[in-house]
Design a protein around this ligand. Sequence first.
Ligand code: SF4
Length: 241
Amino acid sequence: MDNTGISQVAEKPLITCTKCNLHQTRIKMVNGEGNILSPVFLIGEAPGQNEDIAGLPFQGQAGSILNKLLSQTSLNRSDFYIDNIVKCRPILIRNNKKENRQPTAEEIELCRDNIEQTIATGKPKAIVAMGNVALKYLLDDRSKSITKMRGQFIWSDKYQCYVYPVFHPAAILRQFEYYNVTANDFARLKQFIDNNYALPKPATTVYTLVDTPELLNQRFYHMFKYKLERNYRICNTISME
Ligand code: SF4
């Protein structure tokens, strides 16, 4: 991706924070990854277990899905700035085990300055809102739904760029039929980038999952493949906008 003549990668300075209670249970604070001056940001909701351990966004199986979506459409992860609305892992304790959960409205509010400063500094051409939490935050509208809004370029007066909602990779892990529609949404994103950040025409390419056992652990891969094959006919008949 042409990053508008910026020859050097501009890393966001690492920050630490203790503003909300999540700092008490985190292993690592997860700062953004990549070039803050990238024309396109990928923004999710919050770190999960793998990100908490690595200190980097979109690791583990959700990260593998994101990497697959990008590589399938000839996009490079390193060309994007990748971040989350909330920087520390929200957890709940169930059966003495930590589980991921969505961030609360209070946690989002307390973390707000981080992402707002990042967007103001980077001035992206588009922000890909990955999932419902990021979509509602970026459009400042809790009534918005990722299922209805995904795949649409929505102009934001506040950020002076497009907000482009797609399903969160973790949602694809739960709903396998989301993979193909999301792959096509990333194909539209590629058109947007190739069109010098002008709105693309409706996508015509239809992507389907190829066998990628190396991406996923074997147990997960076989479950994924089984469910995908079961849904294959449904996925292939999804009409593109
Ligand atoms: S989630 Fe945000 S506000 Fe809370 S401690 Fe982490 S960086 Fe600070």
